[in-house]
Design a protein around this ligand. Structure first.
Ligand SMILES: Nc1ncnc2c1ncn2[C@@H]1O[C@H](COP(=O)(O)OP(=O)(O)O)[C@@H](O)[C@H]1O
Ligand SMILES: [Mg+2]
Length: 237
């Protein structure tokens, strides 16, 4: 049996603008296994974010299919799809998207607010994840008092506190300097070694090849290369 967890078949997302068709994602058939750390690379406009949003169930394809854990996303009811996004998937973005007037701990807690998690447990779990990510002494800090790298770690904590099976990150290092970028990538690699499936979008192929276990490259919506074991080993044991 294949250990494929996500399978796309002839996946397309085409936009029509007047007479023009923009093929944001074009005929992508891809299997992703549990435990992979996949990097999706490509130039700006190559379809990376569209691809990620399709896989995360945030967007629906114009044709083709996505199967997750044996179930077609397209066959799920709105409620089931919302549950997939809420419970199984964690999302991280380039711009952190933290609430400015809330502390790090409150930002992370809020991710559990709609999960019917009791208040006390929300606080404890938020503190635990932040400590795990090296932010134990920043629980009471608001985003403005944190560095960019720390803010992104809070955003990652917010995604992880729901205990997702898969973490999606769209250009998570796009707003960070090189040192913080490397630190975030090392963090994602260590979470991956802990068993989390991680899919990261980046235009930085060097970063992807250094840290991920597999790198695909997109060009005009198509996957033009797919290299497994792309890690040099230098950053992984
Ligand atoms: N809602 C939309 N309507 C029309 N075109 C879009 C839309 N979203 C994305 N596109 C186009 O699809 C292509 C891929 O976009 P995107 O997935 O954001 O690329 P990337 O993340 O690699 O920069 C681009 O040409 C973009 O302009
Ligand atoms: Mg993008």
């Amino acid at each position: 049996m294949s250990s494929e967890w996500i399978r796309t078949v002839a996946l397309c997302k085409h936009y029509h603008r007047g007479p023009q068709t923009i093929k944001a994602v074009d005929d992508v058939s891809l299997g992703i296994e549990r435990g992979e750390f996949l990097g999706i690379c490509g130039a700006s406009g190559s379809g990376k974010s569209t691809m990620l949003n399709l896989l995360a169930g945030l967007d629906s394809p114009t044709s083709g299919s996505i199967e997750v854990d044996g179930r077609l996303l397209g066959s799920l009811s709105r409620r089931q799809l919302a549950a997939y996004r809420a419970h199984r998937v964690g999302m991280v973005f380039q711009s952190f998207n933290l609430i400015g007037h809330r502390t790090a701990q409150e930002n992370v807690e809020l991710a559990l607010y709609f999960n019917n998690t009791p208040h006390r447990e929300r606080r404890v779990r938020a503190a635990e994840v932040l400590e795990q990510l090296g932010l134990g002494d920043r629980l009471g800090h608001c985003p403005a008092d944190l560095s960019g790298g720390e803010q992104q770690r809070v955003a990652i904590a917010r995604a992880l506190v729901k205990r997702p099976e898969i973490l999606f990150a769209d250009e998570p290092t796009g707003n960070l300097d090189q040192e913080n970028s490397q630190q975030i990538c090392r963090l994602l690699a260590s979470l991956n070694r802990g068993g989390l499936t991680v899919i990261i979008v980046t235009h930085d192929i060097d970063l992807a090849e250094k840290y991920t276990t597999r790198t695909i490259r997109m060009h005009y919506g198509a996957v033009v290369s797919d290299v497994k074991g792309s890690t040099t080993g230098g950053e992984r044991p």
